[in-house]
Design a binder for this molecule. Structure first.
Ligand code: ASP
Length: 347
């Protein structure tokens, strides 16, 4: 890592455990203001960086995150894109992988680091992981290579020992400090005594000469159907007839299989015929949908279901929200769902 000029980083504080404090009455953790967070990380001053901050007027627990909040984060990045070398977003862990996935689609042609981090223990606690996560995220946001170019040019999640691609990440533990993982993609960096970047795994935007283009509209008319043996026809049909629905992420068994009952295939086919995009992703933590491996998967493909390959469920739903938000036709959305836009899937 070589940094010749003093890097300028913008920190965007949205809330999450990292900045929370215990309510003396209820003993529950509640979001607290940004100054409290900074007071607890005096080491930040040891970094020779220019650091500015922006905070949500009302910091939130990330369980309350909405597409409007994603748009707010994206707007701050767009408004400050030229002024800063990189961005660090402080965020709760619960929906961090959704925000990371959403931002990766919303920030088209991104060529600077957007590093999202948070912590499992509040920054004010003695054994907090927040201090280290924050400092490392700032260092990664500032990192440049020997040609003075940004090493990271994508949305990534930094947590404890690893940097992961945002749209490949999933929260895997509510207790462990290594709370995130990409089950289908290698780490972008390993954090130990140093920061060891995995150069071959880093995303490079397809059109680096193009300026950042931010897409703000995410269509919320989407839902998940998580299959289980014995799922009832009435339940499936009820979900698929949700008024206004435009996209469905079907979480299937193994390599993309579902029940072979005729009612199930018919219900899915009727939905596709109504112009609703149905995307098949696997419930397995690791691996991909292979629609032609088993008859049950094949029938779904013949019914018009599109393969989500090895997308995480967070990336699948946010990609669908993003593509539908662009105002594309169902056929166009289906085509783009099968195509990697920013490294979110292996095709
Ligand atoms: N509930 C918290 C949040 O997502 C959890 C955390 O930050 O770790 O905001």
């Amino acid at each position: 890592m070589s940094v010749s000029s003093r890097p300028n980083i913008l920190m965007i504080y949205t809330g999450g455990t990292i900045g929370m404090k215990e309510n003396p009455e209820t003993k529950a953790l509640e979001p607290f203001d940004f100054n409290h967070l900074l007071e607890n990380v005096p080491k930040i001053k040891m970094l020779d960086f220019g650091i500015d901050s922006y905070q949500f007027e009302q910091p939130i627990d990330s369980s309350a995150m909405t597409p409007e909040h994603w748009a707010q984060i994206a707007k701050v990045i767009e408004d400050n894109y030229e002024k800063y070398d990189g961005f660090v977003v402080l965020h709760g862990t619960d929906t961090m992988a959704y925000t990371a996935s959403a931002l990766s689609f919303m920030l088209e042609n991104l060529a600077k680091p957007v590093i999202i981090t948070g912590s499992q223990l509040p920054i004010g606690e003695v054994r907090t992981d927040g201090e280290e996560n924050l400092i490392t995220a700032l260092q990664i946001a500032a990192a440049r290579d020997m040609n003075e170019e940004h090493i990271i040019r994508e949305v990534a999640i930094l947590f404890e020992n690893y940097l992961w691609r945002g749209n490949r990440s999933t929260k895997r533990s509510a207790d462990n400090f290594n709370a995130f993982k990409s089950n289908n993609y290698p780490e972008l960096a390993q954090i130990g005594l140093g920061i060891a970047f995995n150069r071959d795994a880093l995303w490079r935007c397809k059109n680096p000469e193009r300026p950042l283009k931010v897409h703000y509209t995410m269509d919320r008319n989407v839902l998940y159907i998580d299959l289980f043996p014995g799922i009832k026809e009435s339940v499936v049909r009820h979900m698929l007839s949700t008024p206004g629905i435009r996209g469905v992420v079907l979480k299937t068994f193994g390599a993309g299989n579902g029940p072979n009952d005729q009612w199930f295939i018919d219900a899915i086919k009727d939905t596709v015929d109504r112009g609703i995009v149905v995307v098949n992703i696997t419930q397995c933590n690791n691996g991909s949908v292979h629609p032609f491996r088993y008859v049950t998967g094949l029938e779904l493909a013949h019914a018009g279901v599109v393969s989500g390959h090895d997308l995480t469920s967070e990336a699948a739903i946010t990609k669908l929200m993003y593509l539908l938000g662009l105002g594309l036709s169902p056929e166009e959305v289906k085509n783009y769902m099968e195509y990697s836009l920013c490294g979110e899937m292996t095709c």
